[in-house]
Design a protein around this ligand. Structure first.
Ligand code: PPE
Length: 317
């Protein structure tokens, strides 16, 4: 169950958690008209810091543009400041930040253009997405009977609320059948992504991930994994992946803000490799968490500190 924090940001001001409600006839409720983000703030040795804030805000503005939400009323810098301030006012160390842009209350009917656009940002504490053991042990997943949103239907590059109806069908089916997550194939039958994660497939030391054309969200963690893998001298290709490659892979793992880097230990009850976390996923996790916990320098500038260092009064050492 979600534990409330004190404040939620709405169109430039802070309101209390309980005040952050909308009218049932808001456009978003009937027609799914929202775009959103999911961002993690980590507790680092130098205080809380938000991971890849700029990139998440950019993707949210891209999602909004695709849906002709032309003016959110706030610049990327203002949104970034709002998110940092929100973490501060809620006194959070590590948390998950959820900005949401909705088409609000006004007219009814499919045409959204006359409805106001409301911007909210909430944050809360969110633990391990696929269970406590998932990062070390790996998860058991299935290939979904549901196809991922097809090209030129719901645009996959936009992180829109409506896309998650497809994700929900995948997730419910997976859970009902005793799996923790599902992998979707795209409309041509190639590997696409999880209900809330990108996917990587390793064979003979080479890392494969589907290109954006396979109906995947352009994941920020996906991009992080690609950068780290290149720096660690792994061979890496963005390429079409046939379903059966999942069954003969040495390793398969998910990436996502919520899921971080989660190994997959079985797919459709077929063990992946040795049936546990593999060395490539482990190496990437190690590098990823080393940057987050300060063991390695933030060489890419991926972390934005939440607390601005206070100038020391004169004479204080
Ligand atoms: N694909 C999908 C469909 C997706 O929802 C996510 C994030 C990703 C890939 C990975 O993207 P990124 O977070 O930028 O690396 N899913 C978010 C929502 C999870 C939820 O249940 O809500 C997340 O991981 O925060």
């Amino acid at each position: 169950m979600l534990t409330p924090t004190e404040k939620i940001w709405h169109n430039g001001r802070f309101i209390s958690w309980d005040q952050a409600t909308i009218h049932v006839l808001s456009h978003v409720v009937s027609y799914g008209s929202s775009v959103f983000e999911g961002i993690r703030c980590y507790s680092t040795p130098s205080g809380p810091a938000v991971f890849r804030l700029r990139e998440h805000i950019r993707r949210m503005l891209d999602s909004a543009k695709i849906y002709r939400m032309e003016n959110l009323g706030f610049t990327a810098d203002e949104l970034a400041d709002a998110m940092l301030e929100l973490v501060r006012v809620n006194h959070m160390e590590a948390c998950y930040i959820r900005p949401i842009v909705i088409r609000g209350y006004g007219e009814m009917g499919v045409n959204p253009l006359k409805n106001p656009i409301d911007v909210y940002v909430a944050c809360w504490s969110w633990g391990k997405y696929l269970g406590e053991e998932a990062l070390a042990e790996g998860v058991d997943v299935c290939v979904s009977s549901w196809t991922r949103i097809a090209p030129n239907t719901l645009p996959a590059l936009a992180k829109a609320g409506a896309n998650y109806m497809n994700s929900q069908l995948m997730k419910m089916e997976a859970l009902t059948n005793g799996y923790s997550e599902a992998i979707a194939l795209d409309s041509a039958g190639y590997v696409s992504e999880g209900s809330g994660e990108n996917i990587f497939v390793v064979r003979d030391g080479k890392i494969h991930t589907p290109p954006l054309g396979n109906s995947v969200l352009p994941g920020i963690t996906r991009n992080t994994v690609l950068s780290l893998a290149r720096e660690l001298d792994f061979e890496i290709v963005e390429t079409i992946i046939p379903r059966e490659m999942l069954y003969i892979a040495d390793e398969v793992f998910f990436s996502g803000t919520a899921a971080e880097i989660t190994p997959i230990r079985s797919i459709d009850r077929i063990p992946v490799g040795k049936g546990r976390r593999g060395p490539v996923a482990e190496r990437l996790q190690k590098e990823f968490f080393a940057i987050l916990n300060g063991a390695k320098p933030d060489r890419h500038g991926w972390l934005t500190p939440v607390l601005v260092a206070q100038p020391q009064p004169a004479g204080v050492k």
